[in-house]
Design a protein around this ligand. Structure first.
Ligand code: HEC
Ligand code: HEC
Length: 261
């Protein structure tokens, strides 16, 4: 009897230890965790979240026929023909590999591929209001789902380059992404708290921008912050960074459209 009690106690202690270490293991926090309570509330409440205006715009583009095909996105991506977009979980697995170009593409680029090849319409400018709207509309379908970057061997070399770039010192300030976002997360740079740089809130409405912006826009901001040579929107170097960030944030709940100060 005493032996049984001993075993039960050991089992209980082991279970508790397992629980504690599971909590310790994941010290990752979304960008929203570093914001003030006002901004957090704005993100949480759809009636206050300005990003929802872009989602609305995206919903209306979704059903508009366009291009030589005369088809809307909905014409091909409607779940059971019930007016429900078949896009649940899609944003969670981008960037993904595009076999035609043999390059990783982010969600904006993926939308543009359909725009050109399926709708047969001229592609949108990256970071245009139309593309941000559709990106926000599609990202919303994955809100609350865990980020699930694809396990695709063809992505490996790109993800590795993204990782190397994350740890490489850049620009006149000679700082790496990791020096701020791993070593100094939670501290402040001027008045801005340094977040852990997880991508799950993007695209975000940023009060400072007075508008919506993609993860690439954010990365370009950080690159100019350290006075580094910058890559243009859509550059593979930026997609590679996105790819590494998506793996680093794998499993974290998606929050788009996020709000940022
Ligand atoms: C000098 C420190 C510094 C460096 C170096 C830096 N960042 Fe940042 N980063 C910041 C700060 C501060 C913010 C928050 C900005 C704000 O709120 O104004 C930020 C924001 C971000 C965000 C947005 C997170 C969110 O939830 O909104 C991402 C992603 C990010 N950085 C990635 C990177 C990457 C990738 C690099 C390297 C190419 C990099 N940063 C380099 C300081 C830095
Ligand atoms: C004529 C049919 C057609 C139209 C119109 C169309 N698509 Fe697609 N779309 C496809 C097909 C087929 C695929 C998957 C095959 C491929 O092209 O790789 C796809 C794939 C996608 C994906 C990737 C899904 C995934 O699981 O990774 C996204 C995102 C997407 N489409 C968005 C859009 C948007 C946004 C529009 C409107 C601007 C649109 N599509 C218009 C046929 C279409």
């Amino acid at each position: 009897m005493r032996r049984l009690a001993y075993h039960l106690l050991t089992a209980l202690l082991l279970a508790l230890a397992g629980l504690a270490s599971a909590q310790n293991r994941d010290a990752r926090l979304p960008g929203s965790a570093f914001m003030g309570a006002d901004t957090q509330a704005m993100q949480r409440d759809d009636s206050q979240n300005p990003g929802m205006l872009w989602v609305k715009g995206g919903a209306s583009l979704w059903t508009q026929a366009a291009g030589a095909s005369g088809k809307s996105c909905a014409a091909c991506h409607d779940l059971h023909g019930q007016g429900e977009p078949a896009m649940k979980g899609v944003a969670a697995r981008y960037p993904a590999f595009d076999s035609a170009s043999k390059l990783p593409v982010n969600l904006q680029q993926r939308i543009n591929l359909c725009r050109e090849k399926q709708q047969k319409a001229p592609p949108w400018k990256l970071e245009s209001e139309d593309l941000l709207s559709l990106e926000a509309f599609i990202a919303l379908q994955s809100r609350g789902m865990p980020a699930a970057p694809p396990k695709d061997a063809r992505l490996e070399p790109f993800a590795e380059r993204g990782q190397a770039r994350y740890f490489q010192r850049l620009g006149q300030l000679n700082l790496s992404c990791a020096q701020c976002h791993d070593a100094r997360a939670g501290l402040h740079l001027g008045s801005a708290p340094i977040p852990q740089a997880h991508p799950g809130g993007y695209p975000v409405y940023r009060l400072e921008w007075q508008g919506m912006g993609s993860l690439q826009r954010r990365l370009r901001n950080c690159l100019s912050g350290v006075r580094a040579a910058n890559w243009p929107l859509g550059a593979t170097e930026l997609v590679e960074l996105e790819l590494y960030l998506s793996r680093r944030g794998a499993g974290m709940a998606l929050e788009a459209p996020g709000v940022r100060p």
